[in-house]
Design a protein around this ligand. Structure first.
Ligand code: GLY
Length: 352
């Protein structure tokens, strides 16, 4: 068990990591007025544990599982339930679930009475290594991902590997997407991953690597909470292309699209002479050890349009954070024609 702390100008967020952290820290929340937000899948698995830990008085709101719940309608329904349940300013929202639950619960907590306390208890690998940490909250609107949101740090995050045992392989793969992304940004994580490439799906290995991922993200968020000085932007490696393919194709999990995006952006970095040699080969091998093969896509022109609307672009150019060398990334900006040519060349080279 180890704690990691994020200290920002206004808040301190403590992340409790490791086995038995749920049993140690969750019962301590019982002395507050609690509003638990979870989803239908997680509730089926853990309704008993929630009751036993937080008692009958805690109000529970269950959203339908899946990305489709991440919208303003669900957000308003949560806020309405909080109001109808007489939640006070001193209440505590518990986000118990994966990334969707964490993002929407975080936003509800930020808005209700101008902000109430939130504790994140992530139950998926992706939420444990990425989305529950760092205070990004959001819902989607009009087909645009995460467009309504704010930065709002959880007071505590409880990251207990016990919840990984009930995850399907697809969910583990999804979390590995963000883990490998952190590997492309942090040499220590990269070396651990490349040395243990055969153990990537083992729960013991994941428990260990989760700590290093959170430590990396916590350091970045402490230095650049609101993505102002550029450091937090590095966490978007693979995401511009990954999000565009996710919106274009939508058949895989978010983490897999991050890896596909990282694969394509690695090839772009190679083409522009930013990344190469042994490091590029090792990173490519690592990505492919999770997704097996990188797919080609029909209609990459549409992906270019989607990437052009990415909120990370500050001009009409498309901004990409690409791998550079061990522990380092680089930001490049391409115009639509250059980016379209890259995607087309890479996609064509992957056609069977
Ligand atoms: N997932 C990227 C970030 O939290 O900044």
């Amino acid at each position: 068990m180890q704690d990691i702390t994020i200290k920002t100008a206004t808040v301190e967020s403590v992340i409790h990591c490791g086995a038995d952290t749920f049993d140690k820290y969750a019962p301590k929340l019982k002395n507050k007025q609690l509003f638990i937000i979870t989803d239908s899948t997680v509730n089926k698995l853990y309704a008993g544990l929630l009751n036993q830990t937080f008692g009958e008085d805690a109000v529970k709101y269950i959203i339908p599982a899946g990305e489709k719940s991440k919208n303003t309608r669900t957000l308003l329904a949560i806020l309405n339930k909080m109001l109808c349940s007489d939640m006070r300013r001193s209440c505590c929202v518990i986000a118990f679930g994966g990334g969707v639950v964490g993002d929407i619960a975080g936003l509800a907590a930020a808005l209700y009475m101008r902000g109430v306390e939130i504790v994140q208890i992530p139950t998926t690998l992706l939420a444990q290594v990425d989305s529950s940490v760092g205070g990004k909250t959001a819902v989607d609107m009009a087909g645009v991902k995460n467009v309504i949101g704010t930065f709002y740090q959880p007071r505590e995050v409880i990251v207990d590997p016990r919840f990984l045992c009930t995850l399907p392989k697809r969910e583990i793969k999804c979390g590995l997407g963000e883990i490998v992304k952190h590997g492309a940004l942090n040499a220590e994580i990269f070396n651990k991953l490349t040395k243990n490439v055969k153990k990537l799906f083992s729960l013991e290995f994941l428990e260990d690597i989760t700590y290093y991922n959170i430590a990396h993200k916590a350091k970045v968020v402490t230095e650049d909470e609101k993505e102002i000085n550029g450091l937090r932007k590095t966490l978007n490696l693979g995401h511009t292309t990954g999000h565009a393919f996710e919106l274009l194709n939508g058949k895989r999990s978010h983490g897999e699209y991050v890896l596909i995006g990282a694969y394509y952006e690695l090839q772009i970095a190679r083409k522009y002479g930013i990344c190469g040699g042994q490091y590029a080969q090792s990173l490519e091998k690592l990505i492919l050890s999770v997704i097996k093969s990188a797919p080609y896509f029909e209609g990459v022109e549409r992906a270019v349009q989607l990437a052009a609307h990415d909120k990370k672009n500050e001009t009409e150019l498309i901004t990409l954070v690409v791998p550079k060398c061990e522990g380092e990334s680089a930001e490049i900006k391409l115009n639509r024609e250059e980016y379209a040519l890259c995607l087309k060349e890479i996609s064509d080279s992957l056609r069977g």
